[in-house]
Write a protein that binds this ligand. Structure first.
Ligand SMILES: Nc1ncnc2c1ncn2[C@@H]1O[C@H](COP(=O)(O)OP(=O)(O)OP(=O)(O)O)[C@@H](O)[C@H]1O
Ligand SMILES: [Mg+2]
Length: 325
């Protein structure tokens, strides 16, 4: 609606996790590298956690795009984790293209086992990716543990990526799951953006949407500072605020977004009364391999700047959920 008025070619703050919009912060680079190299080097079991709306699903979509370009990677992508154990296995099997209907749990495990072992013997990579993994029940996590047993003496045959909100860590910490926790070989964490990154993030989205030289005129520095103040650097919130700001500026026929517009939107969305998670110290990843990989991945980003396929999932704005201290 406002695109022509602001001279934009696309909507800059769409909530769909679209890889072509990826803004690569240090944390996002490290996390993507951990996921990518965790799979490539057959590390086995990798966990990525991050608060609501920090970019986990976006990173997974980037990863899937990279895997789609590789002939030797087959993946099953589960994003509905509220399933029974049998449904979970059925879903995975059919995503791998295996016959799954009418099979019981034992048969499905056997089928999956054969598939993974036969691919392993041909030096092919097989990946199970679970998004929203914080919703997984203990029963399903037990199935995941059984799947981590698919290994030879010197190689993990099934690569498993569990991605979810920080409650996932708490789940994995529970006594019953310590066997699973011990199998984690790589961990990564996403955090909200800092003030500088928020500026870069907004400007990059505007540039991709065709703003070119007028990006900083559309969102001047004090406006971006107000966005950061109210969003605390959570990318989904930044998008929600900026999208609404453009709609408001358009309605007022203003050529740029003022800090006042941002304050009004924050008030409408009651952003300042939402409890935010406690800041936690950043755990540095010390795996040198992953660090080197982060650099390499920068080159791979070029491959990610493609539009989403038509069947892309459309996300609706979610209010931010604070975590109790
Ligand atoms: N580094 C980034 N670059 C560009 N856009 C980003 C980045 N991080 C997050 N976003 C955008 O923020 C929004 C939320 O991201 P996403 O859906 O991936 O979050 P999430 O961590 O999966 O959230 P949830 O826990 O609710 O599933 C999306 O529109 C996504 O494109
Ligand atoms: Mg998500």
């Amino acid at each position: 609606m406002y695109k022509r008025f602001f001279n934009l070619t696309r909507n800059p703050f769409d909530l769909t996790p679209d890889p072509s919009f990826l803004f690569s912060t240090k944390r996002h680079n490290e996390a993507l590298a951990a996921l990518y190299y965790g799979v490539r080097r057959h590390k086995g079991f990798v966990v990525l956690t991050g608060e609501v709306g920090t970019g986990k699903t976006l990173l997974l979509r980037c990863l899937l795009q990279l895997f789609k370009q590789s002939q030797d990677v087959a993946y099953a992508y589960v994003y509905n984790s509220r399933l029974t154990p049998a449904e979970f296995l059925q879903y995975i099997a059919s995503d791998f293209g295996l016959p799954a209907s009418g099979k019981n749990k034992g048969e499905l495990l056997l089928e999956l086992g054969h598939f993974v072992i036969s691919r392993g013997s041909k030096k092919l990579t097989t990946v199970l990716i679970v998004d929203e993994a914080h919703h997984l029940s203990p029963e399903i996590l037990e199935e995941v543990r059984l799947l981590t047993n698919l290994e030879t003496t010197n190689d993990k045959l099934l690569q498993i990526l569990l991605v979810g909100q920080p409650e996932l860590d708490q789940k994995l910490d529970s006594v019953g799951l310590r066997q699973l926790k011990q199998r984690i070989s790589l961990r990564a964490q996403l955090d909200p953006l800092d003030a500088n990154e928020t500026k870069g993030y907004i400007e990059r989205r505007l540039l991709i949407a065709g703003a070119n030289s007028h990006a900083s005129a559309l969102f001047p520095a004090p406006t971006i500072a107000a966005v950061y103040r109210h969003s605390h650097g959570f990318p989904r919130l930044i998008n929600t605020i900026c999208e609404n700001a453009l709609v408001t500026a358009y309605a007022k026929q203003m050529r740029y977004v003022t800090p006042e517009i941002i304050h009004d939107i924050a008030e409408d969305f009651r952003l300042d009364v939402v409890q935010l998670p406690d800041a936690e110290p950043n755990e540095e990843m010390n795996d040198a391999e992953v660090r080197r990989a982060a650099k390499t991945l920068l080159d791979l980003y070029a491959a990610l700047r493609k539009p989403l396929p038509h069947d892309a999932e459309i996300r609706v704005p979610l209010p931010i959920r604070g975590r109790q201290a």
